[in-house]
Ligand binder design. Structure first.
Ligand code: HEC
Ligand code: HEC
Length: 197
């Protein structure tokens, strides 16, 4: 008893449903065809210029995608990529990476890392740098408010601290203050230390 008009109706409904809720499969397709090239198939990039995203808090990741979209955080590559993505997919992309297992990083210079450890745990009272542990946790695992730093590539952490310092990354007033107070040597040392957490 199904006439062609009923069938058309069903098809129209299906099309509307698809439009209304871009499926999780779409987000996975984006991950595979776009993001994986830099961030790695499992969210653990091997190129130190690209951050590892695996296991980072999904609220944090989503805030960063929004920040690239609004221009509060600027970086040629990511700003261009985010401009081509439907903001409705941000939460799915963030959720996808948040569930992946983070791979450990590697310390290349243990003397430098030891200097970084002192700063990470005690801060620098002379220049007013707070201990990083206060927010990022002693193991660098982070939480919804304070991002995970553990195992991250040195080059990426270094660039972010310099970007807070210069104001290029204006996503958080606390970290801008921290960045401005850090010296270039302290930034290198702490980036080396967190890579090994
Ligand atoms: C061509 C390389 C490239 C591709 C492709 C790419 N990214 Fe990125 N991504 C980067 C770079 C470089 C950064 C660091 C930006 C900076 O220095 O601020 C970054 C940073 C990020 C961050 C911030 C991480 C943090 O710890 O704050 C998120 C989130 C992110 N990318 C998600 C994505 C998603 C989702 C996709 C796919 C839609 C994607 N990226 C595709 C290069 C890329
Ligand atoms: C008062 C809390 C607080 C303290 C202390 C603090 N941070 Fe942060 N940090 C944050 C917050 C909040 C963010 C996320 C900011 C944003 O959205 O950009 C952040 C972000 C970062 C990022 C960017 C991570 C990424 O994936 O892009 C790095 C790197 C970082 N902090 C390093 C440090 C270091 C090193 C110290 C110690 C010298 C430190 N932080 C001390 C709160 C803090």
């Amino acid at each position: 008893m199904t006439g062609p008009r009923d069938l058309l109706g069903v098809l129209a409904c299906a099309a509307l449903l698809l439009q209304a809720s871009p499926s999780a499969a779409d987000a996975q397709e984006t991950v595979k065809t776009v993001c994986a090239a830099c961030h790695g198939a499992d969210g653990n990039s091997t190129d130190p210029r690209y951050p590892k995203l695996a296991g980072m808090d999904q609220e944090y990741l989503m805030r960063q995608l929004k920040a690239f979209a609004s221009g509060k955080r600027r970086e040629e590559t990511m700003s261009a990529i985010v401009a081509g993505i439907d903001p409705n997919d941000f939460s799915k992309l963030a959720g996808y990476y948040g569930k992946l297992k983070p791979a450990p990083g590697k310390v290349n210079d243990s003397r430098l890392a030891a200097k970084g450890k002192a700063l990470y745990e005690d801060g620098n009272t002379d220049s007013g740098v707070p201990a990083c542990t206060g927010c990022h946790q002693s193991d660098g695992q982070g939480n919804a408010r304070f991002p995970r730093l553990a195992g991250q590539h040195q080059a990426y952490t270094l660039k972010q601290l310099n970007d807070y310092k210069s104001g290029r990354r204006a996503t958080d007033p606390l970290m801008t203050t921290v960045g401005k107070r850090l010296t270039a040597d302290e930034i290198k040392a702490v980036a080396e230390y967190v890579a090994g957490l």
